[in-house]
Design a protein around this ligand. Structure first.
Ligand code: GLA
Length: 724
């Protein structure tokens, strides 16, 4: 709901459980009045009389503008009295840098705004667009606020337009800014590395600016484009918290500033390091969307709101609730060393186990016998696949499997026909030796002709074969961020233009092949973000498939992404990344908490292991729907506890699935009680594996006792409502 109050002139935006209020103050500045629990229209009188004005010091004219420094602003400005980090920095053609954005007009429109070229919320109830103007630089900023009545996610972004005659340069152009009162929050970040993506890091927010960012060209394994502010009493299911995530996959920054007036400014968008964007007269820059979320039901409430929003409104509707393929991927089974004949036993076995899709990973193209050559040549490696891909696809078809194929569209090896023919398509014409991470260079995706070329060559393969699934990989961070085709004074646009090129290709490929299911990947989960979810209904969560490490990686990822976007596979032991051995049942249980699959040579399994995999695939069938539509409740935290446990509950609370793992056994250790918080207190439930019936009330408060497990063992419970 979006409401403009006639008397106070305040704006009130309300979703399912939150309200967001602001008004235009005496400086003409758009000032925040409230972001948090729901309030009523009638409360705006109180806000205007007792919250808004007292915050504006009754300053004389000389000091008036300095008041901006202590006011909660909706878009911070520079060199006009607001000394916190600015949200945008605008340079005029004479070199002067200052701005002060004041209210001009607003309008309310039905639905979600189109954001051309960028991933965005596809549907919503209403959007409020407020135009602010900086007279000094002739810049107009439109702030969009998109509201869904049944959601706790509020989507914001900014569009910056040059409405003057001279060019202007944006030195920074963030998407949003929110100032919250009463510091004293904990700051939650998702941080990590390759094979350890999205570890949960929570620390008290100290004074000054805490910034997370990626300057790597993609959202990165190091910092996910998400932060949360937690009030001190916030736990998994209780207390207040705020989430801020970018619907963006490129270099980003999110900055949290606790100032000396006890307020906290959160803002973010495209990374401003080495960024600049020239706007000629009449041009506009569209900043990516940010999804803000308020929860009074702790982090669990925040996660469920984000999960609903992403699968309901960001993932393509065709795939959002579409049954996920159960894949077997040959990467860890064969790496580069395969022929069609070597793949057949895997395909044959997959069919026997009930797996429905075979994915041929890296190595099927060009002269790709190792990671030193072939990238960019999207033609069949006949040496390995004599008879072409068709041989493998036919085998899949004969066995009733669909076929998936790996690409890494953004890359080129110097040892490739593409590089020999078009060396200029690659980055690194800078006169320095390029960084050759994984022996490969990046293609210049800021160039439309390069994107066109890759679109044509990838499309040709998809068109000529029966391909149901594409795994789009991206295996190195950006260096030598320079495009030979951009003018010298526009090189600051490189990073954002790169990701716009990636989005352009993703949009074109997914539109040209609407029946192909696209999975995202970047050295595991280094591009796992809401922007990627717009094109890729699921993303490979991590190259680390160890069922201990995965409890942490999947826990962290689940804080702001739905389980249905998380691709989770069972792999061989000892695990290729950690060397650890864990029971196959545990690997299956942890991999069942998302889009499940296998990443090993099925033909090498013992009969008992094959039987276990078959059981897992069948069991996944029972809960597949829950993974697409259910609500997640996290019960035992692998970062702090000796156990991991989560439950997924259907929206109508009639069925639930609980999975747990114990890391280390303690003889005669404590009996761990698991309050099954996701159940409905008013219903009665049956826990199949325990043969136990109890009220939801008892299962929520008394809980259920975790089975006595040895190191690395797991359990799974299926729970259903008992109707009287
Ligand atoms: C990345 C991916 C893996 C695999 C390899 C192939 O590391 O994360 O799943 O596809 O590339 O080179």
């Amino acid at each position: 709901m979006i409401y403009r109050d006639k008397k106070t002139q305040a704006f009130l935006l309300s979703g399912k459980n939150y309200s967001y209020a602001m008004y235009v103050n005496r400086l003409g500045m758009l000032q925040n009045l409230h972001y948090g629990a729901k309030i009523e229209k009638a409360d705006l009188d109180y806000l205007a009389a007792h919250i808004a004005d007292p915050q504006v010091p009754q300053a004389d004219d000389i000091n008036r503008d300095m008041a901006a420094d202590v006011l909660p602003s909706e878009y911070g400005y520079y060199a006009r009295g607001d000394y916190r980090e600015p949200t945008a920095i605008v340079e005029r053609s004479d070199g002067a840098v200052m701005s002060q954005f004041t209210y001009v007009s607003h309008k309310v429109q039905k639905g979600a705004p189109a954001v051309p070229g960028l991933p965005h919320m596809r549907s919503a109830d209403e959007t409020l667009s407020i135009v602010l103007r900086d007279a000094f630089s002739d810049t107009e900023i439109t702030l969009h606020y998109t509201v869904c009545d049944d959601s706790d996610v509020l989507v914001r972004n900014a569009e910056i337009a040059n409405v003057g005659k001279q060019p202007i340069v944006l030195q920074k152009a963030f998407s949003f800014c929110v100032d919250l009162p009463n510091a004293g929050y904990d700051l939650l970040r998702l941080t990590g590395n390759w094979a350890a993506e999205r570890s949960v890091d929570v620390a008290p927010l100290g004074k000054g600016i805490t910034r997370i960012q990626s300057l790597r060209g993609i959202s990165s394994a190091q910092f996910n484009p998400f932060v949360a502010l937690l009030k001190k009493a916030c736990t998994e299911e209780q207390g207040e918290c705020y989430g801020f995530q970018l619907v963006y996959s490129g270099s980003f920054a999110l900055s949290v500033e606790a100032d000396t007036h006890q307020s906290v400014r959160v803002q973010g968008g495209v990374a401003d390091t080495a960024f600049s964007w020239t706007l000629d007269s009449g041009e506009r820059f569209v900043a990516p969307q940010a999804a803000l979320c308020y929860s009074a039901q702790g982090l669990g409430g925040l996660s469920r709101a984000y999960a609903d929003c992403i699968r309901e409104r960001i993932v393509h509707p065709k795939w959002a609730y579409h049954k996920r393929p159960i894949v077997v991927n040959n990467w860890e089974a064969t790496y580069f060393d395969f022929t069609a004949e070597k793949l057949f036993p895997i395909i044959d076995e997959a069919a026997k186990l009930g797996i429905d899709t075979f994915v041929l990973d890296d190595g099927w193209f060009g002269k790709r016998d190792s990671d030193r050559s072939g990238l960019g040549d999207w033609t069949i490696n006949e040496k390995k696949l004599n008879g072409g891909l068709h041989t493998v696809i036919d085998r899949c078809k004969q066995r009733g499997l669909r076929f998936g194929l790996w690409f890494e569209p953004e890359m080129v090896n110097e040892d490739s026909d593409l590089f020999r023919k078009h060396p200029d398509y690659a980055l690194a014409k800078t006169g320095v030796e390029p960084c050759r991470s994984r022996f490969q260079l990046l293609l210049d995706f800021t160039r439309a002709d390069v994107v066109d070329y890759i679109f044509a060559s990838v499309s040709k393969v998809i068109k000529e074969h029966d391909i149901a699934y594409v795994k789009w990989d991206m295996n190195r961070y950006l260096t030598e961020c320079y495009s030979a085709k951009l003018p010298a004074d526009r090189q600051g646009e490189f990073m954002h233009r790169y990701i716009l090129g990636v989005y352009d290709l993703a949009e074109r490929l997914t539109s040209a092949f609407p029946d192909v299911f696209f999975e995202g990947c970047a050295s595991g989960g280094a591009r796992f973000d809401a922007g990627a979810a717009y094109y890729f209904p699921q993303t490979w969560t991590s190259d680390n498939t160890d069922a201990y490490d995965r409890t942490k990686i999947q826990w962290g990822t689940s804080l702001c992404y739905p389980l249905s976007t998380m691709s989770c596979h069972v792999s061989a032991c000892p695990n290729h990344q950690t060397g650890r051995t864990l029971p196959l049942a545990t690997r299956g249980a942890i991999a069942s908490l998302g889009a499940t699959g296998y990443e090993l040579d099925l033909s090498k399994l013992t009969d008992a292991e094959k039987a276990e995999c078959k059981r897992q695939v069948e069991a996944y069938g029972r809960i597949a729907d829950l993974m697409l539509t259910g609500d997640l409740y996290r019960l035992r935290n692998p970062f702090t506890d000796n156990e991991f446990c989560v439950m997924v509950v259907s929206k109508d609370k009639s069925t639930a699935y609980v999975v747990g793992e114990r890391f280390r056994t303690t003889p005669r250790g404590p009996a761990i009680r698991l309050p099954l918080t996701g159940l409905d207190a008013a219903k009665t439930y049956y826990i199949e594996e325990l043969d136990a019936t109890a009220s939801g009330k008892a299962l929520r408060s008394v809980g259920a006792t975790m089975p006595d497990l040895h190191d690395g063992e797991s359990f799974a419970w299926h729970i259903r409502e008992v109707k009287h």
